[in-house]
Design a protein around this ligand. Structure first.
Ligand SMILES: NC(=O)c1ccc[n+]([C@@H]2O[C@H](COP(=O)([O-])OP(=O)(O)OC[C@H]3O[C@@H](n4cnc5c(N)ncnc54)[C@H](OP(=O)(O)O)[C@@H]3O)[C@@H](O)[C@H]2O)c1
Length: 301
């Protein structure tokens, strides 16, 4: 089997590529940086520029299925122009991939696209399953909605579409965990806001396994990419401190301070989404890291 992966050079992409190569799955990848064309050992890189609808259509050769992860990082200050980039990079990537596919000789017939739990409205009480019809009335809600709609367009080409709504990815390489763990290691850790907000986290290795599980079972539709046991922000910081054997003595960082520092992007830290993993489990997926403490022990120690 051969996969085509967009955003393969990123955090989630690298973990999926590693699993693929281990399982004997060949990988083509699309990158927006010409200097990353040879960046992933054992894989074939192809150039694209989704903002100009440019794609090297030889990337589809011999490909059975596609995984789409591409998009500008949301962890940068949300200025008006950067918001545009966050949204357009995701929609343009899918549209460019689809128009390339229309012109390509080889036609993979399955797509798994990344999505995000930011689509669910912030709530301390709701327990979100995939069939929730509500979309958060926020910037991220709008981005995810447009992103999923762009993925659904592939169905008109006879391509099966799965969307994985990814939660807070825990990895020792980059992303949220090293940023939260560093102050704790330096005796300056503190939870954000009330600390009561739910954090639906996922170990990076389980997330990579979810993509391959959905691929191998050709599951279509929406799947939450989260572990079965979300925790509150207070609990998350406490378990990080416990795992690192460090004391937590500072009060929580007040909401207004976080908002003053980060602007609207503070919603990433302050919003609450308690998200269910039941649909994946009912489909036969088994998590290696269903609980936070073993996940953090694996990543931080
Ligand atoms: N990490 C999380 O906690 C999390 C949570 C929810 C959802 N997600 C979503 O899952 C996807 C993968 O996450 P990640 O953490 O692996 O992200 P990442 O590390 O930022 O990687 C994303 C990749 O997208 C490509 N990219 C960047 N800007 C682009 C643009 N303007 N147009 C097209 N491609 C662009 C880059 O690859 P090249 O430089 O090779 O082109 C980059 O390596 C992202 O779309 C993200 O929004 C992640």
């Amino acid at each position: 089997m051969r996969l085509l992966i967009t955003g393969a050079t990123g955090l989630v992409g690298r973990a999926i590529v590693k699993k693929c190569l281990k399982q004997g799955i060949s990988v083509n990848y699309l990158t927006t940086s010409k200097n990353k064309l040879d960046a992933i050992e054992g894989c074939k890189g192809f150039y694209w520029n989704p903002s100009k609808n440019i794609i090297d259509t030889s990337c589809f050769q011999g490909v059975d299925a596609m995984i789409n992860l591409a998009g500008s990082s949301i962890a940068k200050r949300w200025t008006t122009s950067y918001r545009k980039k966050v949204l357009e990079s995701r929609v343009d990537s899918l549209n460019t991939l689809r128009s390339g596919l229309q012109d390509a000789a080889a036609k993979p017939n399955f797509l798994i696209s990344a999505s995000a739990i930011g689509v669910y409205p912030s709530s301390l009480t709701h327990y979100y399953e995939e069939d929730c019809p509500e979309v958060a009335d926020t910037f991220l809600g709008k981005v995810v909605n447009a992103w999923e709609e762009a993925a659904d367009q592939f169905e008109s080409l006879g391509v099966g579409v799965a969307k994985i709504r990814i939660g807070l990815v825990l990895s020792d390489e980059e992303g949220a965990l090293p940023k939260m763990a560093a102050p704790v290691r330096n005796y300056a850790g503190a939870a954000f806001g009330s600390g009561e907000q739910w954090q639906s986290w996922i170990h990076i290795k389980d997330l990579a396994d979810i993509f391959l599980f959905v691929l191998q079972h050709e599951l279509t539709g929406v799947y939450n990419g989260v572990a079965p046991n979300p925790v509150t922000q207070n609990k998350l910081i406490q378990v990080i401190a416990q795992t690192l054997n460090k004391p937590l003595w500072l009060p929580n960082i007040p909401e207004f301070v976080i908002t003053a520092l980060l602007g609207e992007m503070s919603s990433i830290l302050l919003e609450s989404q308690r998200v269910s993993a039941k649909k994946l489990e009912a489909g036969g997926f088994s998590f290696k890291y269903p609980n936070l403490m073993p996940a953090l022990t694996n990543l931080l120690i």
